[in-house]
Every structure is written in structure tokens, then in C-alpha cells.
Design a protein around this ligand. Structure first.
Ligand code: NAD
Length: 442
């Protein structure tokens, strides 16, 4: 399962050979750890045009603890660059985007972060729409160029709504977003819930994670617990022992339950008498076959676990008021649901269904229940699921992204934890790919 190539390219002969042969050279990613909670180096705050949010954005960036400057000469090797392009309202303004980033992009530190801040392309001003949409192509291309483990995202804020962007900027400008690149994240103007302690943003909150015995789900449970949540780990009764071990390590509660059971929502509600603040639908299965060879049972079981049960339990738990106001629902899509995959018509249908569900439910759930609904869409993540993929296909899956490596379960978990934060009220209806900017479905 270990990525031996990544290890090899970190050695002197590995560096020599990969350079000579023109092979992919993945950079080891700097992920969050208690010893490295932040990106370290300075943060360069640049502006294209006459932005009205410069001061407010500067003040917000200063709260990240990074040393913020708007002078390139004061940040010889910036760990992060934030380019405020909210004032770019016509294609002519894009010249300022080039002028701001061209001189400094080469100096970005390895594993650095670029965040372009824009606004939503207008529905009735086609000049503004052209300019703001241009930022998307720009961002995605820059993500493919920067290399050395650096990442690039486009963050669209609601007009002048800087404060709602705090949790997202903190996440994107931290080691927690190591495997995220080329993403476009669009925020609403919803005010964030106040955060007393950014090191334990989920303190006092109750979270339930499905499929939590192992893999990505176990990591999600671990990161939510690290961030202060009381966690309930749900998985099928067949893996009761593994589930009990995972839960015990996290001081969490184990709930052996098949999510497709008729009474699943009632059993979940009974396990969370004070309600749920975070509900993570992570359980998922694959039953691969080409459509021509796929028996109905393989089709139905995948749709039932990955999509129908998510719809059923979400509807029932929202209706019963089990998901508390200010609650967060996070579902799990997949890159297969965006790009499609040979042998996975059932799986891709279920995961694309999750995307439809999230987009439609998000505004409704916010209006009716004060709850946000988002999805992570993992790319190639190193788990038992991907270890079972034949070697050559596995190797291709690992390398075909801008970071030239697979992600780790913790990368999906960190993204889930950002969605789950009380301060992430403005993050709603988003499908965020945790895929190192996969070339598939791009
Ligand atoms: P995994 O197989 O390692 O873990 C999935 C867990 O879900 C298992 O513990 C399993 O017992 C549990 N589960 C299955 N059916 C269940 C049910 N009916 N009720 C309750 N629990 C059930 O898989 P993983 O790689 O950790 O994937 C987790 C999620 O991420 C899945 O939704 C998967 O589709 C998605 N995903 C994974 C990848 C990847 O590269 N690993 C990529 C894209 C999406």
C-alpha cells in the first residue's frame, strides 16, 4: 500500500533518475501535526485593482498568526500568497492579476499556498462574468504549474463579505489543506458562529461518522475528535471488533449498525439524545462490473448504501430535529461521480447522485434548519479500497494529478473538519475535491 516511488524520489539516486528520465517528481507534502500547525513563513497579501476589502481582508489574514505583508520585498520566500481579485470587474482588470503574481510566483516556498479571492461571476453583467470566470481558468492552470507540493485555489466570496471567509482562509492557508488544489470554493454571506478556540473548534459538539471502523471514516472520526468533538462511530455489525477498537482509541462511542437498515435514523437519534451537530455520511461500497456484466444485486446494493441510505437518514434526522441548528452535514462523493470510471456505472451514479443531493438540499437545509450540507469528493486516497486496485492502474491513479501522488485519509478528514466547523456557516452546497488536482474530471 505504501507509495514506494514517492519514497524513492526523495533519495539522491531517485532525484537523479527521475530528473534524467523526465518522470513525475512528487514533493512530500507538509501535513498538519502538533509540531507544525502552521505554514510558518510569511504571507504575501496582494491586490489587483482598487479593492474595497483590502483593510478588512488584511486584518483577517493577520489573525492566522502568519506574518502578513503587502510588500513582496519583505517576503523573499512567502509560504502563502493571497491575491485579492474581487475588484476585477472587466477583462482589462486581469492585467493587474498578471502584474501582481508574475514577479513573485517563482519565490513561493515549497509546499506554499496561493489563494485567489474573487466574487461570483455575475448573471447580468457579462463583462464582470468574463473577468471573474477567467480567474477559474487562471487558478486551475497555475495549480498545474507551481509544482514542489504547492497548491492554488480560487475562493469566491459574497460581495464584501470578508468575515464569513475566515474559517476557509485559515484552512486553505494551513498544512491541513495539503492535498487540495485547483478548487473553486464559493461562499455565501452567512455570518459565522463565533469561535472561542481555533485549536478546538468542535468543543462541545457531537459528531456521528458512518463507515468509521477503518479507512477514511476512522480518520474523519479521529480528526473531529482532535478538534474537540464527542464522536459516535457507526459501522456494520460484521466489523464490530474493528469498530470497537477505533472508537476506544478516540474515546468515542461505537454504534454497530447497518446504515441501510429500516430503523437506522431512529437508532442514530437514540444514540444522540442531545442531537447531532455534525453528521458525516462516509460509508460507501464498490461492486465493480461493466454494465453488460452487472447483475441487478450489484447495482442495487451500491445505490442503496452510497445514495439511498444517505437520502433516507438525512431526511429523517432533519425532520425529527436530530440535527441541531448550526449543524453540519457532510456527504462523500467521489471523483468517479464527476469523471465516470470503467466498471463503475453503479458507483459513479451513486456518487454523482450525492452531488445532486448536496446542491439541492443545501439552500433548503440552511433556510429551514440552519444546517449546511457539503460534500467531499476524494480522488485517489491510499486506503484498503485503493490497495486492492491492480498495480498499473493504481500507479496511474496515484500519479495523474498535479501533486503526482495519492492522498491520505487524513486529507479527506481535514476537509470534512473544515466543513464541520461552527465558523463555516458560509460554506454551503460545495463539492470540494480532495484529489491533488486530479487530471480526471478536471
Ligand atoms: P473502506 O472500504 O476502507 O471503508 C468504508 C467503511 O464503510 C467500512 O468500514 C465499511 O464497513 C463501512 N460500510 C460499508 N457499508 C456500510 C453500511 N451499509 N453501513 C455502515 N457502514 C458501512 O473505504 P474508504 O476508502 O475508507 O472510503 C470511504 C468513503 O470514501 C466511501 O464513501 C468511498 O466511496 C469514498 N471514496 C474513497 C476513495 C478512495 O480512494 N479510497 C475515493 C473516492 C471516494
Amino acid at each position: 500500500m505504501a507509495d514506494r516511488y514517492l519514497h524513492f524520489t526523495g533519495t539522491a539516486p531517485g532525484r537523479f533518475l527521475t530528473r534524467r528520465l523526465g518522470l513525475p517528481r512528487p514533493a512530500p507534502l507538509r501535513r498538519w501535526s502538533p509540531g507544525t500547525p502552521s505554514l510558518g513563513g510569511p504571507l504575501l497579501h496582494l491586490t489587483a485593482g482598487d479593492s474595497v476589502i483590502t483593510q478588512e481582508l488584511g486584518a483577517l489574514l493577520a489573525t492566522t498568526g502568519l506574518d502578513v505583508t503587502d510588500r513582496a520585498e519583505r517576503a523573499a520566500r512567502p509560504a502563502g500568497i493571497v491575491l485579492d481579485a474581487t475588484a476585477v470587474s472587466a477583462p482589462g482588470g486581469l492585467t493587474a492579476v498578471h502584474a501582481a503574481l508574475h514577479p513573485v510566483i517563482r519565490s513561493l516556498a515549497p509546499g506554499g499556498r496561493v489563494v485567489v479571492v474573487g466574487v461570483r461571476p455575475s448573471a447580468d453583467d457579462h463583462h464582470q462574468a468574463a473577468a471573474q470566470q477567467a480567474l477559474e481558468g487562471f487558478t486551475r492552470s497555475l495549480g498545474k504549474e507551481v509544482g514542489r507540493g504547492a497548491t492554488v485555489q480560487l475562493l469566491r466570496i459574497a460581495p464584501d463579505a470578508v468575515a464569513p471567509a475566515e474559517s476557509t482562509l485559515r484552512f486553505l492557508l494551513s498544512p491541513r489543506s495539503a492535498y487540495l488544489s485547483g478548487q473553486v470554493i464559493e461562499l455565501t454571506a452567512a455570518a459565522p458562529d463565533p469561535v472561542a478556540d481555533w485549536t478546538a473548534p468542535l468543543a462541545g459538539r457531537t459528531a456521528l461518522v458512518t463507515g468509521a471502523a477503518r479507512g477514511i471514516g476512522a480518520s474523519v472520526a479521529g480528526v473531529l475528535a482532535r478538534d474537540g468533538a464527542r464522536v459516535i462511530c457507526l459501522d456494520v455489525p460484521q466489523v464490530r471488533d474493528e469498530l470497537a477498537r477505533t472508537a476506544e482509541e478516540l474515546d468515542a462511542t461505537a454504534l454497530p449498525l447497518d446504515i441501510t437498515a429500516e430503523d437506522a435514523a431512529d437508532r442514530i437519534a437514540a444514540a444522540a439524545p442531545d442531537g447531532l451537530d455534525v453528521l458525516v455520511h462516509n460509508a460507501g461500497i464498490t461492486r465493480d462490473r461493466r454494465l453488460a456484466n452487472m447483475p441487478a444485486e450489484r447495482w442495487t446494493s451500491v445505490l442503496d448504501v452510497n445514495l439511498d441510505s444517505v437520502l433516507r437518514t438525512t431526511d429523517a434526522l432533519l425532520k425529527a430535529g436530530t440535527v441541531n441548528r448550526g449543524g453540519r452535514i457532510v456527504a462523500t462523493a467521489s471523483i468517479a461521480g464527476i469523471a465516470g470510471n470503467n466498471g463503475q456505472t453503479n458507483y459513479a451514479a451513486s456518487k454523482a447522485g450525492i452531488i445532486g443531493l448536496v446542491r439541492a438540499l443545501a439552500p433548503q437545509a440552511a433556510a429551514d434548519h440552519g444546517v449546511t450540507v457539503n460534500a467531499v469528493a476524494p480522488g485517489f486516497i491510499e486506503t484498503k479500497m485503493t490497495a486492492a486496485v491492480p498495480l498499473l492502474i493504481r500507479e496511474a491513479g496515484r500519479r495523474m494529478n498535479s501533486l503526482a501522488q495519492g492522498g491520505l485519509p487524513v486529507d479527506v478528514a481535514e476537509t470534512t473538519a473544515w466543513f464541520a466547523q461552527p465558523a463555516s456557516t458560509a460554506v454551503n452546497g460545495q463539492i470540494v475535491r480532495v484529489c491533488g488536482q486530479s487530471l480526471l474530471g478536471a
